[in-house]
Design a protein around this ligand. Structure first.
Ligand code: HEC
Length: 211
């Protein structure tokens, strides 16, 4: 959000109700408003944002009617074609890093030069354009796709994955079936009650846009 750690701490420290809330959340700490605790608080909140009971979950639990025939075909294709080699586990992905373009290099527009993925962390040549295999839960709600955010249609994302990761062109019907299956990964999204946030004071820094 274009804020430095100092800016975040100045903002929190300027509002007495945040000090009280942090004291409450981290009762054993003399100075609970730290950047690390700020991150922990966001992380603890994000950990509640789970979306259970997707049709696919219900299917795995034994409700064979939870998926329609097209979604079942899509699931079979997802396994047979090899998508699940990279997208697996409880979140249908998110477990490992892979080259984006194992079989075929994607278009330059999908590989912005400024974002080389894991390379930025490891500096290892082999990590150029290596990314986490995205978890596919709720993927139908989440366009645009890929790290570049350049692909806006899920069908196009599926076609592209097959082409560049598996070296196989899917038929139109296969693409539609896999998209139908991916739609079965949409769970019950949490209902969120928005809190009334502490109000700014005279010492609260203004958002800074010129850094
Ligand atoms: C070799 C590993 C691998 C295989 C096989 C693979 N994927 Fe992926 N998938 C990835 C990676 C890595 C990303 C993230 C790429 C990025 O962020 O640019 C990804 C991203 C995606 C996305 C975008 C998700 C998002 O939120 O942006 C979809 C959809 C997807 N894969 C579906 C599939 C389907 C369907 C198949 C089979 C046809 C498949 N994948 C096969 C590794 C793989």
């Amino acid at each position: 959000m274009n804020a430095t750690p100092d800016h975040v701490l100045d903002t929190l420290n300027s509002m007495a109700s945040y000090l009280a809330l942090f004291k409450n959340a981290f009762p054993n700490e003399a100075r609970p408003v730290t950047f690390e605790n700020f991150a922990k608080a966001i992380e603890a909140y994000e950990a509640t944002l789970i979306a259970p009971a997707a049709p696919f979950d219900q299917y795995l639990e034994g409700n064979t009617h939870a998926l329609n025939d097209q979604q079942k075909s899509g699931l079979a294709l997802f396994i047979e074609k090899g998508c699940f080699a990279c997208h697996n586990g409880i979140n249908i992905g998110g477990q490992a890093y892979f080259l984006f373009g194992v079989m075929k290099k994607p278009d330059a527009s999908l590989l912005p030069a400024a974002d080389k993925g894991r390379f930025a962390v490891t500096k290892a040549v082999g990590d150029d354009y290596v990314f986490r295999a995205a978890p596919l839960r709720n993927v139908a709600l989440r366009a645009p796709y890929f790290h570049s955010g350049q692909v806006w249609s899920l069908k196009q994302a599926v076609a592209l994955m097959s082409e560049i990761q598996l070296g196989a062109k899917l038929s139109d019907e296969e693409e539609n079936d896999i998209v139908a299956f991916l739609n079965s990964l949409t769970g019950r999204v949490p209902k969120i009650e928005y809190p009334i946030l502490p109000t700014r004071t005279n010492t609260t820094p203004k958002p800074s846009i010129d850094r």
